[in-house]
Design a protein around this ligand. Structure first.
Ligand SMILES: Nc1nc2c(c(=O)[nH]1)N[C@H]1C(S)=C(S)[C@@H](COP(=O)(O)O)O[C@H]1N2
Ligand SMILES: [Mo]
Length: 247
């Protein structure tokens, strides 16, 4: 009940005062999102500024109970190992056929200690489990339980350098996207290897996917291959989807 009230208030703040953020723009140029300057992406400026001004950087997305878990559709790529699909990736197919035993996640870029993490290494680190609502830009939402390593812990271990501003993610199906450091160090931003108490299924991004609970669904990349800490961000280019899609 308390959680629900907090959630409602958070939404009310965003919608109610968000509209005012346009008035604040000229005085807050330091807070503009990196996509500012691209006319098609001016919406980012409003959402980003409203969120970053009005919400504390670490306010939590609502978490649910076991009984709230729903069925969960799998959308976009559902198996990069499928040779009949354009998103096919042979390397991924080999990892999949070995049960991901020789898969690893590369952490590189502006970090003092770049390195590779096997699935076992990630699973040996302190884990976080959360039941959250996934909201897809296509209009559906679903509630699932995710278990994984906080991204912030990986970044701390790697020692991000002072020039770092974004964390870029590369997936085996060719997807790329990125988040800023506030979202990267958010306590609910995790690298998930478990879903609903079991190993993350292939259709949901095995062996490792990102969960960014403060952003809309497409920011939660499946099939992670590489994480690159950078002073610049990457995304899907001119796909038409906003870079900053906080919810
Ligand atoms: N690598 C990769 N990540 C992805 C996608 C994808 O096609 N490939 N689809 C995105 C979209 S639009 C959504 S809604 C969610 C879907 O996750 P799910 O298949 O587990 O429901 O993953 C996101 N991450
Ligand atoms: Mo989506």
């Amino acid at each position: 009940m308390k959680q629900h009230k907090l959630f409602t208030r958070r939404r009310a703040i965003i919608t109610g005062i968000g509209a005012l953020s346009g008035l604040l723009l000229p005085g807050c140029s330091k807070k503009l999102p990196p996509t500012y300057g691209n006319l098609l992406r001016m919406g980012d400026a409003f959402t980003y500024l409203a969120h970053r001004t009005l919400l504390p950087g670490q306010s939590l997305a609502r978490e649910y109970h076991h009984g709230d878990i729903t069925s969960f559709p799998a959308v976009g790529t559902i198996d990069p190992g499928d040779a009949s699909k354009p998103a096919h990736n042979e390397t991924y197919g080999r990892f999949r056929d070995n049960g991901f035993s020789n898969w690893n996640l590369s952490v590189e870029g502006r970090v003092a200690k770049p390195g590779k993490y096997s699935l076992a290494a990630l699973q040996s680190l302190p884990a976080r489990t959360q039941i959250t609502r996934h909201t897809c830009e296509e209009g559906w939402s679903a509630i699932g339980q995710w278990t994984g390593v906080p991204l912030g812990l990986i970044l701390k271990n790697a020692g991000i350098l002072p020039s770092a501003r974004f964390v870029n993610f590369y997936a085996y199906d060719g997807y790329v996207d990125s988040i800023d450091l506030l979202d990267a160090f958010h306590p609910q931003t995790i690298l998930a290897y478990g879903m609903n108490g079991k190993a993350l299924p292939i259709r949901h991004g095995a062996p490792l996917r990102l969960r960014v609970e403060t952003q809309i669904g497409y920011k939660s990349l499946k099939y992670l291959e590489r994480i690159v800490v950078s002073d610049e961000f990457v995304d899907q280019g001119d796909s038409g989807w906003a870079w900053y899609v906080g919810i």
